[in-house]
Ligand binder design. Structure first.
Ligand code: C2E
Ligand code: MG
Ligand code: MG
Length: 829
């Protein structure tokens, strides 16, 4: 309740004034203690005496009758009568006082009267005891000349009884007891002195014995009374002190003190409490705490309202409790109080209610909630985080283990995200990740049962609990891939978004969180290795593949240093003059254990492991160094990975290779694939132009595969177009393939690009390509890739080889170019 502290004088008073005031309060309170002990003692003494009054009066009247009957005959009746009347009047006064005392005792439980009244009362009691003692003290003197022994015995017995009555009845008031007994005993003593008879002697002895008893009794009773009263007074004083300290604490601190009685009603309402509740202290006094809290919870959620039930339970249990948090609405805003309290009990252990403190913990609770949220969600995208995703996955899996059913886990990874982050900065990277999060959420759709999570970096995951069949899961995955297709537009730049998806299904592919995540990861790995923007379901074989891949990655790091990489060269032959025009450099890795590993396997590994830049630079330089030793009319073509194209230093690397090797730029051709454009970032095309300005030729490799789009051809004016060997392979068996090749060649010609057909293995393919106007061929028909030391020999001996002869039954087919356009795959057009 710190936030709502009232602007009160005490709270703002200088600390010194406050502490002075506190000290004065305490001093006053200590002085008051002695006074109140005396007062209370008087009251208690008076009370103890009063209690025995009916018995004292009864005994007195009875013994009075005995004395009256046993009085000597010669004693004037008037004297005896006067004595009796005096005693009756005296006892009457006492009984009246007793009745008055009873009435007041019944009407209040508090210690009666004030100090003065109690002292007056005691004085009166002393006088009455004196009178009583006097009346009974005269009895032995009246009996001096008593003739009968029996009467004398009766008289002495009555006197002894009255001595005992006084000793016991006035034990709580020693002074009165001593006065009474002194006067009563003095009569016997005087009688014995005047007439030393044995009866008076007995009276004196009794007096002495009972007097001693009365003194002792009186002392111990007085002591006990004093001890009890002072304990009471000290206890109360301590309570007052505690109250004082609590009030100070309440006024100074952030905690607000509250107290309720046995029936749960507020009492001693502090100003702070009243202020915190926005009410008046007087108005709150006596109001039920639970009702009050109930009224203050309007507009809160059901679960938050239930917090008062917890408080109610604790109050019912009756044990001290700490930090029970209760929600309340104050000024239309929800706040949280932490309640701590102890039960109040009287000296007999009976419940008197509760006293406790309430602290406003709204801020702390909000911070806790934020922390709890962050423990479960990703701060950037608002998606579930890795830890929470695993918990939810475990729940889904245990549900499947118990009740059957199933679902799927998808692992997603953005292709080329690292590049976006590196080239366009982290802020753009964050925009992209947020956008991907949004698209994922809307593509997955079923937010209640399915979970979309960001595992970290550009890794996302989806838990599908509703889509159980493979077809359903594939449909969701496809929806995700489709959602990712449009580029992300930020600050005028278009960033291509491509995600790969790996899927593992449960229970088929596993029933533990680790298994599921690992399998979905393996499938993702496989998807990425296959093609960007694709999806893969987990299959058992993937584990072995990945293991091999990891080993490859480890070994590839050392392959360059250990000189395990070599270049092979595959010739290209000009269909016009049947001459070798150049060679394509192709990487080879001779692994010490696994033997020759094809580039199709280790290049993707190098790309992912970030090794491609070093390997690519090495290949570039190595190829140029070799080519520089070849005849001047032989070109060398070097494959360049998209990762290299995206790296800003590619033009420098090329320039460096040319300079170091001394190879003229026009003898170098760089082969890039269209995936460069799929993951195109700002600067890609500019970099290609920069390379062109160096004088090197640029070829588009593997044309016709993947996402072939003629748009790429318009983005950049390539020098050469390499038709993928998939078309060449089909050339002789498929009309469509032949039509496509013809069309590609026509296009290339229109765009003034030279053309190379890859993977030419048969003479018939050479003839068809020649007839269609292809410029160059490359393939096993001409030669397999050759070790570097055989290149020169091959080039020099090539001229003697014959051109392939066309088989007699061979025909080129009748398809016209116009028809061919309609036969091309839509993606190509
Ligand atoms: P690519 O650039 O399309 O290279 C042509 C591939 O086709 C080579 O495979 C070659 O051996 C193979 N080939 C050539 N003629 C025939 C044929 O008649 N029939 C068949 N079946 N295959 C033929 P290789 O050497 O295994 O290279 C595979 C791919 O690895 C290359 O495809 C290229 O994309 C990549 N690669 C090779 N060397 C490098 C390099 O230094 N850097 C980069 N970034 N990639 C490279
Ligand atoms: Mg190539
Ligand atoms: Mg190729």
């Amino acid at each position: 309740m710190t936030a709502t502290r009232p602007p009160k004088i005490t709270a703002k008073a200088p600390a010194r004034r406050v502490s002075q005031r506190r000290a004065t309060d305490r001093r006053r309170s200590v002085q008051a203690t002695d006074e109140s002990i005396g007062m209370r003692l008087s009251a208690r003494q008076s009370k103890a005496v009063m209690r025995s009054q009916p018995f004292v009066a009864g005994a007195s009247l009875f013994n009075m009758l005995v004395v009256g009957l046993a009085a000597p005959q010669d004693l004037p009746n008037a004297l005896v009568l006067a004595w009796m009347v005096a005693l009756i009047v005296l006892q009457g006064v006492q009984v009246q006082r007793w009745m008055a005392w009873r009435r007041t005792a019944a009407s209040t439980s508090a210690p009666r009267g004030n100090g003065q009244a109690a002292a007056q009362d005691l004085r009166l009691q002393l006088v009455l005891a004196g009178l009583h003692g006097l009346l009974w003290g005269v009895v032995p003197l009246l009996m001096l000349d008593h003739p009968g022994e029996r009467q004398q015995t009766l008289l002495m017995t009555s006197l002894a009884a009255m001595l005992a009555v006084g000793a016991l009845g006035l034990a709580a008031l020693p002074r009165a007891a001593w006065l009474y007994m002194g006067l009563l005993g003095s009569g016997s003593l005087a009688a014995f002195v005047v007439s030393p008879q044995w009866v008076f002697g007995i009276g004196v002895v009794q007096w002495l014995l009972l007097g001693g008893l009365a003194v002792m009794l009186g002392r111990s009773v007085a002591k006990a009374l004093h001890a009890r009263v002072s304990a009471e007074v000290k206890g109360e004083h301590q309570n007052q002190l505690i109250g004082l300290l609590l009030r100070d604490f309440s006024e100074q601190g952030s905690d607000v003190i509250w107290e309720i009685d046995g029936s749960g009603r507020l009492r001693h309402v502090t100003r702070q409490l009243a202020f915190a509740l926005g009410r008046d202290s007087a108005e709150l006094e006596g109001e039920s705490l639970m009702n009050l809290l109930g009224d203050m919870q309007k507009g809160m959620s059901d679960s938050d309202r239930e917090t008062t039930l917890a408080l109610h339970e604790r109050l019912t249990e009756g044990h001290p409790f700490r930090d029970v948090q209760v929600g309340v609405m104050i000024d239309g805003k929800q706040r949280w109080w932490s309640m701590t309290a102890k039960p109040l009990v009287d000296e007999r252990g009976r419940s008197l209610g509760w006293r406790g403190v309430a602290r406003d913990v709204t801020q702390a609770r909000m911070a806790d909630r934020k922390l709890a949220w962050l423990a479960h969600f990703d701060a950037l995208t608002g998606l579930t985080n890795r830890a929470h995703f695993r918990v939810l996955l475990e729940k889904a899996l245990s549900h499947t283990r118990r009740y059957g059913g199933g679902g799927a886990v998808m692992c997603l990874d953005l292709d080329g995200f690292k590049n976006v982050n590196d080239t366009l900065g982290h802020a753009t990277g964050d925009v992209l990740l947020t956008e991907v999060g949004k698209r994922l959420r809307s593509a997955v759709g079923n937010a209640r049962s399915d979970v979309v999570a960001r595992l970290g970096g550009d890794e996302f995951a989806v838990l599908l609990r509703t889509a159980t069949t493979e077809a359903d899961v594939a449909a969701v995955a496809q929806a995700i891939l489709d959602a990712m297709k449009p580029p992300c537009v930020t600050q005028g730049a278009e960033i291509p978004v491509r995600a790969s998806i790996g899927i593992a299904r449960f229970p088929e592919d596993g029933l533990s969180v680790d298994e599921m995540m690992q399998h979905a990861d393996l499938a993702l790995y496989d998807a990425k290795a296959h093609a960007t923007g694709s999806m893969r379901f987990f299959a058992q074989r993937m584990g072995e593949q990945v293991r091999r891949r990891l080993i490859l990655e480890r070994d590839l790091r050392e392959a360059l240093e250990r000189k395990q990489l070599h270049l092979y060269f595959q010739p290209k032959v000009d269909l016009n003059g049947w001459r070798v025009t150049g060679f394509e450099a192709l990487l080879r890795w001779t692994h010490p254990e696994h033997g020759d590993i094809p580039p199709s396997e280790f290049i993707p590994v190098a790309e992912e492991a970030g090794l491609i830049l070093a390997i690519g630079e090495w290949a570039l330089l190595e190829a140029c160094v070799h080519a520089a030793r070849w005849p001047d009319d032989l070109q060398v073509a070097v494959n360049i990975s998209p990762v290299q194209v995206m790296a800003q230093n590619l033009p420098d690397a090329v320039q460096n290779a040319l300079r170091v090797s001394g190879l003229p730029a026009h003898r170098l051709e760089l082969e890039i694939t269209e995936s460069v454009f799929i993951n195109e970032t700002r600067g890609t095309v500019g970099r290609l132009h920069a390379l062109r300005r160096l004088g090197v030729a640029i070829a588009l490799d593997d044309f016709g595969t993947g996402y072939s789009s003629l748009a790429y051809l318009r983005r950049f004016p390539f020098d050469t177009l390499k038709i993928d060997r998939a078309f060449v392979r089909e050339l002789l068996v498929s009309r469509d393939a032949r039509a496509i090749v013809r069309n590609i060649l026509a296009l290339a010609k229109a765009l003034r690009m030279s053309t190379v057909a890859e993977g030419v293995e048969e003479p018939a393919q050479v003839k068809v390509l020649e007839a269609e106007g292809c410029d160059l061929v490359q393939g096993f028909y001409v030669a397999k890739p050759l070790p570097a030391d055989q290149v020169l020999h091959f080039a020099l001996t090539w001229t003697g080889r014959d051109r392939p002869a066309l088989p007699r039954d061979f025909s080129l087919g009748q398809t016209q170019t116009a028809d061919l356009v309609t036969m091309m795959p839509a993606t190509v057009i």
